[in-house]
Design a protein around this ligand. Structure first.
Ligand SMILES: C[S@@+](CC[C@H](N)C(=O)[O-])C[C@H]1O[C@@H](n2cnc3c(N)ncnc32)[C@H](O)[C@@H]1O
Length: 416
């Protein structure tokens, strides 16, 4: 446990000090050489601390005359979150003192860590639930307030604090999978399980009966309609959740991605599930061919996935989003040129920012005379998901009573 706590403070330093993402930090050889259990614990502790950073800081602030150096703050934050989540006071405080003692930058803070966490231990359990959820940083909160309003943004922040359940997509038979994994079937067809289960231990993992995919992320493929026997380009395919859906629906799938390393994940997923797709390493902007249908799940700010990636608001500062918006538009224009007459193109992003969703479609309609949006149909669609230009807007503050969903935007386009 000490090793896991130390590694989790290293992760917090990496995210909060260097602006790096947890996914990059946990891929480092020094992290990977730890035993799997320690890695999982370190990751969970770091993610929970980042998810509740504001709450931890609010509890700590009255006990600190001045801010300690970052590593010291991170030890205190980690200890506070552990205490608030039911960790035994004696064990957590001692472990954090040992952590401070084990690093030259924090050795002098041993006494402070001990005194402050003892005080926090007395109040954390009672006060924690009364503290507001962490606020999104201004670079993201500003555009979201403008787009969705104050209540919605507060709802999103509350959803981010709760986290995400584990959603599965069944290869063939959701009913059987739901029974086998003791999950609940959602109206959209996904199967929802408790996030605390170990994925690889669930029945049907080895035999590829299902794959992990958020309920919202499973919807864009449905907008393509019946794809059986059709040639479908999955234009930004990795790690492949949507490729698997397309292949399971009987499409002849080309799974294209710029990243060979990420496509390796698609190959692994295909072989685990016994499904088939042609894997192509290449650039969506120059790829050639003719397809009956195209799915463009474009690279984006990923701001719809903060429930699962609480590091994102801390590691990012909004830089690079305008380049992503330009890339999305260029990919959309190129994709339209690859679409066979009468074919559908579904554009989607896991972003909460309208410039990466609704506005992309409005501008594409202006650029391409004859292009049209087909509003999606289906009894699984809720009316408040519909956006004015004909797409679907999903948000983390929707479905709160069911455990929420990732933020996503999707729209179906046809050429005139
Ligand atoms: C949102 S992710 C796709 C997720 C995937 N569709 C799924 O459901 O698992 C975006 C992907 O776009 C890829 N990408 C970025 N730029 C690209 C380009 N120019 N051409 C092709 N793929 C690109 C990234 O490597 C990344 O895997």
């Amino acid at each position: 446990m000490d090793q896991a706590r130390r590694a989790s403070v290293d992760l917090l330093d990496g995210v909060l000090g260097e602006g790096r993402l947890l996914s990059d930090l946990i891929a480092a050889p020094s992290f990977r050489k730890m035993p799997p259990e320690a890695r999982a614990t370190a990751q969970r502790l770091a993610a929970e601390t980042l998810r509740h950073l504001d709450r931890a800081d609010r509890l700590l602030r009255p006990h600190l005359q001045k801010k300690p150096p970052l590593r010291g703050q991170n030890i205190l934050r980690l200890g506070t979150v552990e205490l608030a989540q039911g960790g035994a006071a004696h064990g957590v405080v001692d472990a954090c003192v040992t952590l401070a003692d084990g690093h030259k930058r924090t050795r002098a803070l041993k006494g402070l860590v001990n005194a402050v966490l003892r005080k926090v231990a007395g109040q954390a359990a009672g006060e924690w639930a009364t503290l507001p959820p962490s606020r999104l940083p201004d670079w993201l909160r500003g555009p979201l307030l403008e787009a969705w309003g104050r209540d919605a943004v507060r709802g999103m922040e509350a959803a981010h604090a709760v986290g995400a359940p584990l959603d599965l997509t069944a290869r063939t038979d959701p009913e059987t999978v739901a029974k086998a994994v003791n999950g609940a079937r959602l109206p959209t067809g996904s199967i929802r399980c408790d996030a605390r289960v170990q994925v690889s231990a669930l029945p049907g993992f080895e035999t590829g009966e299902w794959w992990v995919q958020d309920a919202a992320a499973a919807l864009p493929v449905r907008l393509l309609g019946d794809v059986r026997g059709k040639s479908v380009l999955d234009m930004c395919a990795a790690p492949g959740g949507k490729t698997l859906q397309l292949a399971a629906s009987g499409a002849k799938v080309t799974a294209l991605d710029l990243s060979e390393a990420r496509l390796q994940r698609v190959s692994e997923n295909l072989s685990r599930t016994g499904l088939d797709a042609q894997i192509v390493v290449g650039d969506a902007l120059t790829h050639e061919g003719r397809y009956n249908a195209i799915l463009l799940d474009a690279p984006c700010s990923a701001t719809g996935t903060i429930r699962r990636h609480p590091d994102l608001p801390h590691a990012r500062d909004g830089a690079g989003i305008s380049e992503l918006i330009e890339l999305q538009a260029a990919m959309l224009d190129h994709a339209l040129g690859l679409l066979a007459p009468g074919g559908r193109l579904v554009f989607c992003t896991c972003s909460l920012i309208p410039d990466e969703g609704e506005v992309q479609i409005e501008e594409a309609l202006d650029r391409h005379p004859g292009l049209a949006v087909i509003p999606p149909e289906g009894d699984w669609i809720e009316e408040n998901w519909r956006s004015s230009e004909g797409g679907l807007r999903l948000r983390p503050d929707f479905w709160t009573e069911r455990g929420g969903m990732d933020g996503f935007y999707m729209a179906t386009l046809v050429k005139g």
